[in-house]
Write a protein that binds this ligand. Sequence first.
Ligand SMILES: [Zn+2]
Length: 95
Amino acid sequence: MERTYGRNKGNIMKFVCPKCNGTKLEEVMKYVTVSSKINDVGEGGDINYGEQSNEDGEVDFYQCLDCGEELVWDDGTTVESNEELYDWLKEHNMI
Ligand SMILES: [Zn+2]
């Protein structure tokens, strides 16, 4: 299915967690390469990190930032892409 994201510009997501009513949504990614600047290394290898950058990766799942409830469809399958996330929010009248 083809979608035009531009058409939906200006929409404001109103995520509400089905479990705790929290309103913060978090994306959890996997296979991400994280590069971190090392500012200092302390005793025993205790590293003080500076700037971090993330590369690559793909969505693992979406979850409520407050309680960790994963976004799933009615049949229990995980919402695992940005396109699915949009459909999920749409279906739950959150966008
Ligand atoms: Zn929640």
